[in-house]
Design a protein around this ligand. Structure first.
Ligand code: SF4
Ligand code: FES
Length: 249
């Protein structure tokens, strides 16, 4: 006998309106929204509706994606006003008949939903996102740098960052200071400063102790509200400030 949940699962697809921001910086002065009707089932993601449009209506819509499983960090965009991963956002959870997709804020637009990631990757690279130490023990077959569970706990949530840029897109300081290092890079700076294996703390701290660095953050906290991986960049920034002010455990 059919269960109630089975009946619900077999419901025919609904139709929703997908509004896509179209913009080509080489010829347009402003974004134009184009609407499409898209079929949606309860598990349909926003990315799948965009790919439906590309397949059946307009293949020229520009969107970046790869893994489709919230791992590569490619598909960030503004969905109904909030920075989210398109592959990790089900249309059903938006609770709206209209889904509006726009490129992420605080990133230059390549075209439509695809943005340039250079600033994100440059600032990430700038904070030296690797274990910095002079010795070569890691290259030895027999050696490991052991850590206690307590030492691991200090940085592990920050190691979950997938460099999607949603936090930078949500950050009001990124919007007003084009040289601000940003919450993604600052959280990663803390990730390595808090790692007991790292020996490059002082040089890394010098990099972010600058007029466009860590002190520029005014703790809006919007970065932490949008992270799809449970990273809390705002907390990382506060812990890093504490470390720089001498509070070291
Ligand atoms: S901290 Fe979160 S929101 Fe920011 S880049 Fe990393 S995964 Fe994305
Ligand atoms: S496609 Fe990889 S995170 Fe969405």
């Amino acid at each position: 006998m059919a269960q109630v949940s089975d009946v619900a699962d077999n419901q025919p697809p609904q139709t929703k309106t997908l509004r896509i921001a179209r913009f080509n910086p080489e010829k347009d002065n402003e974004k134009q929204f184009v609407e499409f009707s898209v079929p949606v089932e309860k598990w349909t993601t926003v990315l799948e509706t965009i790919l439906d449009v590309k397949q059946h209506h307009d293949h020229s819509v520009a969107v970046r994606y790869s893994c489709r499983q919230a791992t590569c960090g490619s598909c960030g965009m503004i969905i109904n006003g909030k920075p989210r991963l398109a592959c990790f956002t089900k249309v059903s959870e938006l609770d709206s008949d209209v889904v509006t997709v726009e490129p992420m804020n605080n990133f230059p637009i390549i075209r439509d939903l695809a943005v340039k990631f250079e600033r994100l990757f440059d600032t990430h690279h700038k904070i030296k996102p690797y274990l910095d130490r002079e010795d070569t023990e890691l290259e030895s077959d027999a050696k490991e740098f052991l850590q206690s569970p307590e030492e691991l706990e200090k940085y592990i949530q920050f190691a979950n960052c997938i460099k999607c840029g949603l936090c930078n897109s949500a950050c009001p300081t990124m919007a007003t200071d084009s040289s601000f290092v940003g919450p993604q890079a600052l959280a990663q700076a803390y990730r390595y400063v808090a790692d007991s294996r790292d020996k490059g703390k002082d040089s890394r701290l010098k990099i972010i102790d600058d007029s466009h660095g860590i002190w520029r953050c005014h703790f809006a906290g919007s970065c932490s509200q949008v992270c799809p991986k449970g990273v809390d960049p705002a907390m990382g920034i506060q812990l890093l400030r504490g470390y720089m002010l001498g509070f070291r455990s």
